[in-house]
Design a binder for this molecule. Structure first.
Ligand SMILES: Nc1ncnc2c1ncn2[C@@H]1O[C@H](COP(=O)(O)OP(=O)(O)OP(=O)(O)O)[C@@H](O)[C@H]1O
Length: 423
């Protein structure tokens, strides 16, 4: 038994268990000595809570950072990105440049969002500026499309407030927090349907930031054709791409599960829009992912026992601008189709190959910069150490020279530091 990795999980998914067994690892319970724990977000809270006083030893590795929620809670992600933009602005960074209307030229990649109830007045002010816009209300602590609804009138939000059995937003502050985001009402449509992208990103360390992009993401399609018409605002089969919602749709296809691989999307876009704009779009997607990670890196508890495989949700609009919608700490490992099973099995396999080098008893001082041969379907997305003295300077230099930001054809950090091709 000695020398074998002892694993525990509280997520009973075959794609996990098959991977552990394939490596000859030994299953133990959480009360025994374990080396590798693939845990839910509830469990990570207990492991790192002050009350439990649990201390991880050098040979223990877990799949979440203690305060992953700084990125994976809808409200905190937006708060951190707003703070990051302000800091860059204060530093005079060219990345924080704004247009004549005061809108960020490059860092405008999350839909305008307010926290409710805290930012209610700010929201009302913004709402009145463009009263014909649609907004999407999302509970901060839920997933799978639960509790989400669309509004286009202030009266709807007032009604919601009343319905949640409170007389004012102030008294609601202890209740469930929501975010309200500007609804991207011009999504890119394929076959008339809205879709979003689910991309996987592995972070092995936040300081220095080192992250990997999984090549095999997918698109999730709605089952009903898209219309921005207000008469369909309540129809979640039109607006929400979550599989948890769409699988209840009449036209849900159980064979392909309403999914396309990202490489299919790429081919489709290359043939309909051209290679150059497609490549620019994917560059920009990578760029906003890196920016979101840079935004939270300073506040992350960069615990050496941790790594994390995030599920990024991205929507592309009809101008081919990508929007970061959300980051998930526990992307679904449920397989809705045969292809899904293969993808998720491989995702875990490749993740383990990086997080637990050689499948041996982990050492929390693990080499977080593994050789290329073990990356599988991962590619380095950003490596701060490689970018040092190169990327940042170059970002500044390029300000004086040409344009900035992937949308403007900005020259990016060094190719070694940042993924530039993704076929
Ligand atoms: N600002 C927006 N504009 C357009 N569509 C949006 C927007 N925000 C969310 N959506 C749609 O609603 C879906 C659910 O939103 P989101 O992912 O934020 O919520 P969730 O319930 O936490 O889902 P998940 O299970 O992916 O965590 C998205 O996949 C997307 O299709």
């Amino acid at each position: 038994m000695a020398g074998k990795v002892k694993w525990v999980t509280d997520i009973e998914k075959s794609v996990l268990i098959n991977n552990f067994e394939k490596r000859g690892w030994v299953q133990v319970t959480e009360n025994e000595d374990w080396n590798f724990y693939w845990m839910s977000v509830q469990t990570i809270r207990n492991v790192f809570s002050v009350e439990t006083g649990y201390r991880l030893s050098d040979d223990q590795i877990v799949n979440h950072f203690p305060n992953h929620y700084e990125l994976t809670r809808k409200d905190l992600m937006v708060k951190n990105i707003k703070r990051y933009r302000k800091e860059l602005e204060k530093e005079g960074s060219p990345l924080a440049e704004k247009d004549e209307n005061g809108k960020y030229l490059y860092l405008d990649f999350v839909p305008v969002t307010y926290m409710l109830p805290a930012d209610y007045n700010l929201f009302v002010e913004e709402f009145r500026k463009s009263p014909s816009s649609t907004w999407i209300m999302k509970p901060c602590g839920k997933a799978q499309g639960k509790g989400i609804f669309l509004i286009n009138k202030l009266s709807q939000i007032k009604k919601w407030s009343r319905d949640s059995k409170t007389s004012s937003f102030v008294s609601q502050s202890n209740k469930e927090a929501y975010v309200i985001s500007l609804y991207i009402n011009n999504p890119l449509l394929i076959g008339g349907r809205k879709f979003d992208l689910r991309l996987y990103v592995l972070v092995s360390t936040y300081r220095p930031l080192r992250c990997y992009m999984y090549k095999l993401g997918f698109c999730r399609f709605c089952t009903v054709k898209y219309t921005p018409s207000t008469s369909e605002l309540d129809n979640m089969f039109v607006h929400l791409t979550n599989v948890a919602i769409q699988k209840h749709g009449e036209d849900y296809n159980h064979i392909h599960g309403g999914k396309w691989t990202v490489s299919n999307l790429r081919l489709y876009l290359e043939s309909t829009r051209g290679k150059e704009v497609t490549s620019k779009l994917f560059d920009e997607i990578h760029w906003i992912i890196v920016q979101s990670l840079k935004a939270v890196a300073p506040v992350m508890n960069n615990d050496k026992h941790c790594f994390e495989c995030y599920g990024y949700d991205i929507i592309i609009d009809d101008k081919l601008k990508p929007w970061l919608i959300e980051v998930n700490a526990s992307p679904s490992l449920t397989s809705s189709t045969a292809n899904d099973r293969i993808l998720k099995y491989n995702l875990i396999n490749d993740t383990l190959n990086i997080a637990v080098p050689n499948g041996e008893i982990p050492d929390c001082k693990w080499n977080k910069s593994p050789p290329k041969e073990v990356l599988g379907n991962y590619e380095i997305l950003y490596d701060e150490e490689l970018a040092q003295g190169d990327g940042a300077d170059r970002e500044l230099r390029s300000r004086q020279g040409q344009s900035l930001g992937p949308r403007a054809g900005r020259s990016r950090d060094s190719g070694r530091a940042v993924l530039t091709t993704w076929k």
